[in-house]
Design a protein around this ligand. Structure first.
Ligand code: GDP
Length: 329
């Protein structure tokens, strides 16, 4: 029997998967579940592609391309080469092995299976003990209003390399989506001890998850500590357009802004040592947050485990404090 899930991590792709791997190594097999953004999912060449789910799956399975952080390490591109020769759209790279996942997923979805069931089977086939939970089985698409017009996520992110200026984001289909029974059951489980927000892009990876009606409330109703890990070091994101978007939306680009973004949801924040400054501490204290500082850059496996430990330790501390408060009050 699978052990009860103790920790639920919310994740996008590359940045989130790094911490998810660290968490999986700091917990016993099966104690971690990852709730993954599906706002980046799209249909391309007739195939249903779920980039964040696959990135988390490949990372946890140890088959991810180590330099890129997405796609597979041991990959060939015969399909892409031939597609290009035949004049097909070649802006979205699909490796030969990677392609199998998209073909299988598309076939099974067409037969009426739920994405949750398909990802659970794939995880088992890859030998991954961590549960991979799509944020919803109903499609939700992140759309961006930009200075280059309205763009679907992959056109903005991959085809146009996140260059257009973002004015507004919306999550099409979110109003009709619902959290899956698997996620709601997990959030009601007495075994759950903590919820961790990975250092994923707040706008492109975490907000789409929170846009699924009822999910934000269910996260809070779980009555376990919610701890976020900041994706920023100083005014810099490690990768991707996080700070570019923050600037375009007129938001301050520091750890304090991450705290502000997640107010009413988080109890604690992991910040980088570089950001452990009196002014940051004052803002975090004003929001009533607990925080802890560590080196948050995750280059090595050790780094991933260190940041995971910091997040789990802070959640444990918050849990001990709240138990004390509840038993006293
Ligand atoms: P995507 O969906 O592939 O773009 O990936 P995510 O949204 O999960 O991750 C992108 C975010 O991860 C960016 O905001 C990065 O700043 C953050 N990130 C990537 N690597 C690291 C790291 O080593 N440490 C921290 N703290 N954040 C990181």
């Amino acid at each position: 029997m699978r052990p009860a899930t103790k920790v639920l991590a919310l994740s996008g792709g590359v940045g989130g998967a790094k911490l998810a791997l660290g968490l999986s190594r700091r917990l016993c097999a099966g104690e971690l579940a990852v709730l993954v953004n599906t706002g980046d999912d799209f249909t391309h060449l007739g195939l249903r592609i779920c980039p964040d789910l696959d990135t988390v799956l490949y990372t946890l399975a140890g088959v991810v391309h180590p330099g890129q952080g997405w796609g597979r390490a041991d990959e060939s591109f015969g399909f892409m080469d031939e597609l290009r020769r035949q004049g097909g759209p070649d802006w979205f790279l699909l490796g030969d092995r990677d392609l199998v996942l998209h073909v299988e997923r598309t076939r099974r979805l067409a037969e009426g299976e739920r994405l949750t069931q398909i990802m659970s089977d794939l995880a088992t086939r890859f030998g991954v003990a961590t549960r991979l939970l799509p944020m919803s089985d109903t499609p939700v698409s992140t759309l961006l209003d930009t200075d280059a017009g309205a763009l679907e996520f992959q056109h903005y992110f991959v085809r146009l390399r996140a260059m257009p200026k973002v004015q507004r984001l919306h999550y099409a289909g979110a109003a009709h989506a619902r959290p899956t029974d698997e996620v709601l059951d997990l959030l009601r489980s007495p075994a759950l001890e903590a919820i961790i927000l990975c250092p994923s892009n707040p706008y492109l990876s975490i907000d789409p998850i929170l846009a699924v009606p009822g999910l934000r409330m269910a996260l809070r109703a779980a009555r376990v500590p919610v701890v976020a890990v900041s994706p920023l070091i100083g005014e810099r994101a490690i990768k991707g357009p996080t700070t570019k978007i923050m600037q375009e939306l007129g938001v301050d680009r520091r750890a304090a802004a991450i705290a502000r973004h997640y107010t009413q949801l988080i109890d604690g924040l992991i910040i980088d040592e570089f950001d452990d400054l009196p002014e940051t501490r004052a803002v975090l204290a004003a929001y009533g947050l607990r925080w802890s500082a560590t080196r948050t850059l995750m280059r090595t496996l050790e780094d991933r485990e260190r940041v995971a430990s910091a997040a789990l330790d802070l959640a444990r501390l918050l849990r001990a404090e709240s138990t004390l408060r509840w038993s006293v009050g």
